[in-house]
Design a protein around this ligand. Structure first.
Ligand code: M6R
Length: 615
């Protein structure tokens, strides 16, 4: 969603902020802006659409600038007020001396706006953010101290915020504050940064301080001071970022999504590294802080997540129940938070999130925490807000994922769940030794099998071409691959804007079959060796009888099925329970090639954001 970059230092301020915003643009946005301290003045630039427009605007007005010494930049994903230049950040107070950029939502903005209007503030935008500019300016006029003014003002805000403020009368100072929205300070040599996420600063420094809720950062090029809500200075740990700037390069691939799909074999190896290395040794999962007795007595697991991470949870239900016999409930975070749940202190609650910043999941996890459940977080961002809520934390180590459409984080989360399920099974003794060894052996082979798929994508590309003109799709599967059907359909929707729905194959005849004709292709995921292969084959026959075009995604070597299906996407053979790791890859590639063929903005699909930090 929105992104913030602040910089104070001797480099070219415009370039640093633009670069930082570029590294955040994968999060999704609709407008951009920058405020620059230039001599005695603060100059504001805003444009609609992509960052290139802001870059061009700054270039065309270059002669206005003498030598900016610090600045704040923002990319906006509209929540209050449509995407427009007037609603783009930075926002200014009535006299224009104070500027602010903001991520999050101010829930009491209407009341504040009324109060400030009565005081004579003139509002220009429809945003909730603008109240912050007027509020801080109003406080500053009273206390004449920007740090105090920010502190007093944010105490009046309800909701979520990460804000950066500059004032014309206070040269070369940027103040940042946060609550329920991420913000960090990057420490450089004779330069410092403020940002909403690490990719914004990684090209310049790896030294980072993560702000906690209610903390305020007072930043100049030579100093960083962090205070709490009462103004007391806080000594914070300086952390070193694990990422390399190279992670933000496409490395010759046309899109980040394609690069990230191709990284998956190594991602799986990374997840397995140190945890599953020998089929005779138990899984090493020291991240799980539950003692053996607690694991043995576990009666219920709840998995809470959104979107693609929710689909991982759906597959995980099959995997955990199959390996351990423990009952697993899976729920969308947005549903969990608005009902009376049965979560209690004996429940293991697992939050799954690529970004670790998804607002609904964070709220759900907080609610579960209040009920004293043990919280396990599975995330690609161990530095995230969600990770900080964890009693146990499994970082999935997929590396930074730039494409909005999640791919490698999905596979990494999935593998983490296999390890978790086996770990629990080993503690409980629910799996037979021979089965366990074969299972581990097969898991170790998974990267090679994914490589096999990635080494020849011709059939998938041809299939994409053949089906790219269809407006609707149905994906069907059963059992553990039902999650793949949901995820495959979501991938297609997200990046190609083609309407696609995943169904349990057995449900087809209970309604969706009414939609079937030659305009509605059906992609069947049918992996032999399990108990549902023949059933899905029959469901596919039923679809064929209604003239639907059929695609099979299967490891079956049976050439008879080639007559039933219009296209057969063959994948390597693997046990059904492990097959979601294999079947998800052609689904990702099919969606990718269809979107690419249709000329869509694959990495930054319209209306979507990488981290959904608002409810
Ligand atoms: O960061 P999270 O995994 O918590 O995000 C949840 C969803 O917003 C996310 O998976 C979304 O569905 C992606 N666009 C999937 O490609």
């Amino acid at each position: 969603m929105c992104g913030i970059v602040g910089y104070a230092g001797n480099r070219d301020v415009v370039s640093v902020i633009l670069k930082g915003l570029t590294n955040l643009e994968y999060r999704g946005y609709d407008s951009a802006g920058m405020a620059l301290r230039d001599g005695d003045d603060i100059k504001v630039y805003k444009t609609l659409g992509k960052l290139i427009n802001l870059k061009n605007e700054l270039e065309s007005r270059k002669s206005e600038l003498i030598q900016p010494t610090c600045g704040i930049g923002h990319i906006r994903w509209a929540t209050h007020g449509s995407p427009s230049i007037v609603n783009a950040h930075p926002h200014s107070c009535t006299c224009g001396k104070l500027v602010v950029v903001h991520n999050g939502i101010i829930e009491n903005y209407k009341e504040l706006r009324e109060e400030l209007t009565v005081k004579g503030c003139v509002f220009k935008s429809q945003t909730d953010t603008e109240v912050i500019a007027h509020l801080v300016a109003d406080e500053y006029s009273k206390v004449k101290d920007l740090e105090k003014a920010v502190r007093n003002s944010v105490s009046k805000l309800q909701g979520a915020y990460a804000v950066c403020v500059m004032h014309k009368n206070v040269p070369d100072l940027i103040i940042g504050a946060r609550k329920h929205a991420p913000m960090l300070v990057g420490i450089g040599d004779g330069e410092n940064f403020i940002a909403s996420d690490t990719p914004a600063i990684i090209e310049y420094t790896k030294k980072t301080i993560y702000l906690d809720d209610n903390e305020i950062a007072i930043v100049t090029k030579d100093s960083v001071k962090i205070t709490d809500a009462d103004g007391n200075e806080v000594v914070k740990k300086v952390e070193v970022l694990p990422w390399e700037p190279i992670a933000l390069s496409k490395l010759g691939y046309k899109h980040f999504m394609l690069k990230e799909i191709h990284e998956q074999p190594d991602v799986i190896r990374n997840v397995l590294n140190g945890k599953l290395y020998d089929i005779d040794a138990p899984i090493v999962l020291n991240e799980v802080k539950l003692d053996k007795d607690t694991i043995k007595n576990l009666k219920k697991i709840e998995i809470i997540a959104c979107g693609t991470s929710l689909h991982v949870g759906m597959a995980a239900k099959y995997i955990i129940e199959n390996f351990t016999g423990i009952s697993v409930e899976v729920e969308a975070s947005s549903e969990y938070i608005y009902r009376k749940t049965t979560t209690d202190a004996s429940t293991l609650v697992i939050g799954v999130s690529q970004s670790g910043e998804t607002a609904d999941t964070i709220t759900a996890i907080k609610q579960a925490k209040e009920k004293n459940a043990h919280i396990l977080i599975v995330t690609n961002r161990p530095d995230s807000n969600m990770a900080r809520l964890a009693d146990s934390l499994i970082p999935v180590n997929a590396g930074i994922e730039v494409s909005v459409a999640a791919t490698k984080s999905y596979i990494a989360q999935m593998i983490s769940f296999y390890l978790l399920a086996i770990h629990i099974a080993e503690v409980k003794g629910t799996l037979d030794d021979v089965y366990l060894k074969n299972l581990k052996h097969e898991i170790i082979q998974l990267p090679t099998k994914v490589e096999e798929i990635l080494s020849n994508t011709t059939t998938i590309q041809e299939c994409a071409k053949k089906f790219s003109s269809f407006k609707n799709f149905i994906y069907i599967a059963r059992g553990v691959n039902l999650a793949t059907a949901y995820e495959g359909a979501l991938k297609l929707k997200e990046i190609s804007y083609i309407n696609a729905t995943g169904y349990a194959a057995g449900e087809l005849k209970h309604g969706p079959i009414a939609m079937l004709d030659e305009t509605m292709p059906v992609l069947s995921i049918l992996m032999p060796g399990g108990i549902t292969y023949e059933k899905i084959l029959s469901n596919s026959e039923e679809a064929k009888a209604r003239n639907a075009k059929l695609i099979a995604l299967t490891s079956s070597k049976d050439t008879n099925i080639d007559a039933l299906f219009d296209v057969v996407l063959r994948v390597p053979q693997v046990s059904e329970i492990l097959s979601p790791v294999i079947t998800c890859v052609p689904c990702q590639l099919l969606a990718y090639y269809i979107a690419e063929f249709l000329g869509k903005d694959v990495d930054q699909p319209r209306n979507l954001a990488k981290s959904v930090t608002v409810e």
